[in-house]
Design a protein around this ligand. Structure first.
Ligand SMILES: *Cc1c(COP(=O)(O)O)cnc(C)c1O
Length: 385
């Protein structure tokens, strides 16, 4: 290890987003919850023209994100059915919501100022980014049957954690990888937290769930929601996310971010996506239909347990009877084996949080997911017997 690198960095591994690379055949990329659909041709052409005619590559981007913030504010108001309009002062824009997560950590916990609380299994990036900043992560469990947070344990963690105390609670709504939305009990617990603790509600899958806590973020000084253009808006390539909160918190985020954090072309793409949102978001309906169809198919296989999902993915584990039926003794090893075999059949999913997470793709991909899974389970049952 280089002598000038922090010791705690030595223990970390770099994030490898695409385990699909180097595969013998093209894989259905159903591991990162992207939309299966590229932007429509007319919108790509319009963006290409804008690049040619209007974007001066020798100039820095709009570092204040003025036009984009106004358009986002408008969309947040409309989609949240809010009585009074959200203002651009309620919005901060990031290079993906990943950047906003890091900005939140810098603004709250860095330098021994605080720890974070997460409920596992959940989005891995909170823990990964916290660790790169030397911020400690307190992880509480979820109920194994419903994936609800154990609120008594969470409350105890808040009360007992000292030096530094928990400053931020991260929740995904609906959660990834498990697909469940925050319950009323979880929401009232979050509302009951002291204003010394920041509540982050990550609504990356809002367009699929239509479930939002944006009104809380506008009403409470210690509440922020995160959203992204990487999922339903079909814009993962452009890395655009945003935060909605009261202006004092937004100001703090604006202070710690990089000055030109969002390239001009990404700003243009996000603006175009918002302008044409009705058309782009029409694919959400199909995804939900496909999700429910695949869930229905999977539910007929007693070796699997698949949970209801509010998002564009499904989460499953081997059932109690599935483990011996497939000849496995260890659930984790069984899932790892199924993951690998699915991959060699061309379906790339995620093995995470003690289960398998399958992104809903286009109808052909979903058909292959189902067929490949049937093949894999038939072979596994025969081989292990
Ligand atoms: C996909 C996802 C994000 C999106 O991150 P970006 O950096 O905007 O691409 C954020 N949070 C959760 C929970 C996600 O699943």
């Amino acid at each position: 290890m280089l002598p000038f690198i922090r010791h705690d960095i030595a223990g970390l591994t770099a994030y490898t987003p695409h385990p699909g690379e180097g595969a013998a055949q093209p894989l259905d990329p159903l591991d990162t919850n992207e939309s299966p659909y590229d932007l429509p041709d007319f919108l790509k052409s319009a963006l290409a023209e804008q690049y040619q005619q209007m974007i001066a590559t020798n100039r820095y981007p709009d570092g204040g994100h003025g036009a984009l913030k106004a358009a986002i504010a408008n969309y947040v108001t409309e989609s949240g059915h809010l009585p009074s309009p959200v203002q651009p002062t309620h919005i901060s824009v990031g290079n993906g919501s990943d950047e906003l997560i890091r900005s939140l950590l810098i603004a709250t916990c860095l330098g021994g100022n605080g720890a974070i609380l997460v409920a596992a299994p959940t989005f891995s990036m909170y823990g990964i980014l916290a660790k790169t900043l030397g911020i400690s992560v307190v992880s509480v469990e979820r109920n194994a049957a419903t994936f609800e947070v154990d609120l008594a344990v969470a409350q105890q963690a808040i009360e007992m954690t000292q030096n530094p105390p928990i400053r931020v609670v991260f929740m995904v709504h609906p959660n990834s990888p498990t697909g469940n939305a925050l319950t009323d009990a979880e929401l009232s617990w979050l509302r009951s937290l002291s204003e010394d603790v920041l509540v982050v509600v990550d609504e990356a899958y809002f367009e699929f769930s239509q479930n939002t806590t944006v009104a809380e973020a506008l009403a409470r000084p210690n509440w922020v929601i995160l959203r992204t253009f990487s999922k339903a808006f079909r814009l993962a390539a452009h890395r655009v996310g945003y935060a909605v909160a009261q202006p004092p918190l937004i100001n703090a985020l604006e202070k710690v971010r990089l000055p030109y954090n969002l390239p001009s072309f990404s700003q243009a793409a996000a603006l175009a996506a918002l302008t044409h949102r009705t058309q782009l978001l029409a694919s959400v309906t199909e995804t939900l239909k496909e999700r429910d169809r695949l869930a229905q198919q999977l539910s007929h296989d007693a070796r699997f347990q698949v949970w209801p999902s509010q998002a564009n993915f499904l989460y499953g584990r081997l059932s109690e009877s599935g483990l011996p039926a497939l000849g496995y003794t260890d659930p984790a090893a069984g899932l790892a084996d199924i993951f690998q075999r699915l991959r060699s059949h061309g379906t790339l999913i995620r093995h995470t949080g003690g289960g398998l997470r399958l992104t809903i793709g286009n109808p052909d991909e979903n058909r292959r997911t189902w067929e490949n899974l049937k093949k894999v389970l038939a072979v596994t049952a025969a081989v292990n017997r």
